[in-house]
Design a protein around this ligand. Structure first.
Ligand code: HEC
Length: 140
């Protein structure tokens, strides 16, 4: 490998490292819906290869293990304004993020606590969570 090429590779690596570590600053990553959709449809996800979202959540209105994600935005709006919700999150984005990283903070009506995989908060990066939230925001 000639010198200029290896320098370019090094610079690229530095840029990539910079981008990844920016995700770890407390959840301010900007989500990308297309990336989120691809993540949602993976059969496994996260550092421990947990079952993917689509194992338990359909996008066509049918109930699998968990509620379909079609219409999740409307359900989130209703949940946020319901009396038993107790202000866990104020916006739909916050609600969706909370549902992924702390699934039992608010359990969807008709479903049981503890069924959704509990460790996504540890095993997904802030960027991945932000991408998933951006995708779910398209499911009105
Ligand atoms: C093992 C099955 C399972 C997996 C895997 C799973 N979920 Fe869930 N999920 C559930 C169940 C059951 C509920 C309903 C109970 C609750 O609210 O915790 C739920 C609730 C939710 C909610 C609450 C809002 C609503 O009305 O639907 C969201 C958002 C959600 N999941 C997103 C995800 C995303 C994104 C992933 C992938 C990173 C995922 N889930 C992976 C089972 C799962």
């Amino acid at each position: 490998m000639s010198r200029p090429v290896s320098l370019a590779v090094l610079l690229l690596a530095l840029v990539l490292v910079g981008c990844t570590s920016a995700g770890g600053t407390g959840g301010d990553a900007t989500g990308d819906a297309a990336r989120g959709e691809a993540l949602f449809k993976q059969s496994t996800i996260g550092t421990a290869s947990a079952p993917g979202c689509s194992t338990c959540h359909s996008l066509d209105g049918s109930t699998l293990v968990g509620p379909t994600q079609t219409g999740v935005v409307g359900r989130a709006e209703a949940a946020i304004s319901s009396a038993d919700y107790k202000g866990i999150a104020k916006t739909v984005e916050e609600y969706l993020k909370e549902s992924i990283v702390t699934p039992d903070a608010f359990v969807e009506q008709g479903f049981t606590a503890g069924v959704m995989y509990q460790n996504f908060g540890k095993e997904l990066s802030d960027q991945e969570v932000a991408d998933l939230v951006a995708f779910l925001m398209t499911q009105k």
